[in-house]
Design a protein around this ligand. Sequence first.
Ligand SMILES: *[C@@H]1O[C@H](CO)[C@@H](O)[C@H](O)[C@H]1NC(C)=O
Length: 294
Amino acid sequence: MAKNSHALFSALFFVLLIGASHAGGGIAIYWGQNGNEGTLSEACATGKYSHVIIAFLNKFGNGQTPEMNLAGHCNPATNSCTKFSADIKDCQRRGIKVLLSIGGGIGSYSLSSPKDARTVATFLWNTFLGGKSTSRPLGDAVLDGIDFDIELGSTQNWEHLARFLKGYGKRVYLGAAPQCPIPDKFLGTALETGLFDFVWVQFYNNPPCQYANGNITNLVNSWNRWTSSVHAGKIFLGLPAAPAAAGSGYIPADVLSSQILPVIKKSTKYGGVMLWSRFYDGQNGYSDSIISSV
Ligand SMILES: *[C@@H]1O[C@H](CO)[C@@H](O)[C@H](O)[C@H]1NC(C)=O
């Protein structure tokens, strides 16, 4: 008996060791804003991504009828995006978390009050998460969570939306994509709730805190501030997957792998790398180049 339990303990210990040696970071990828990037299933079948973030629900709040935009992939208005329900389930079967991103750089969204935040939370729960609605643009697949990519409109009430969404249960994951300057103008207050599981910080289009011309100082200093001062589950280094994917902040894959990842991985908050976007990653092969170092 004692011998057996010792063997069991050894086996468990071995599994934990193996698990730990593979406990590096993941790659989170935004999908949805280019019809030529392939399907969600194809993205997940590459085996490269830990999180897929569907972008975007870009109209909601303040009494507006919510609208989703998935570029050339499908048209939510004619209900042709429900075909992605099977893709979402396929990704989840592979252990990939699938989130819906709300906001984005183009759109019409804001939360006019805490009550409005509750209305939007109820809508998101019924339409994309575990609730029920006659109108589910992504079909009956239950997404793993909601990502806040709030870049315009009002700075107010996002913390209430986070609280209402997390109120549905721990397994509703919350993601956020703040800009690297601290505090983020739109998401700073929401991040203070400590309710976010994944914070993929945009270290691009932000010269004060991004990589530039071979100099990693500003980026590393900013990363250290994020990981030491922002209360979140895991923090991801958000990057453009190709030079054309952002106005500035692209990091050559060899610089990322040899100079930056070894430094930022020292933080226990390190969750991996976020890339904008699946389209550019496909064009540039960026995740192929960095995955062994992530
Ligand atoms: C890198 O950037 C930092 C911060 O702007 C600056 O202080 C430093 O001199 C730069 N290093 C080099 C080698 O240019």
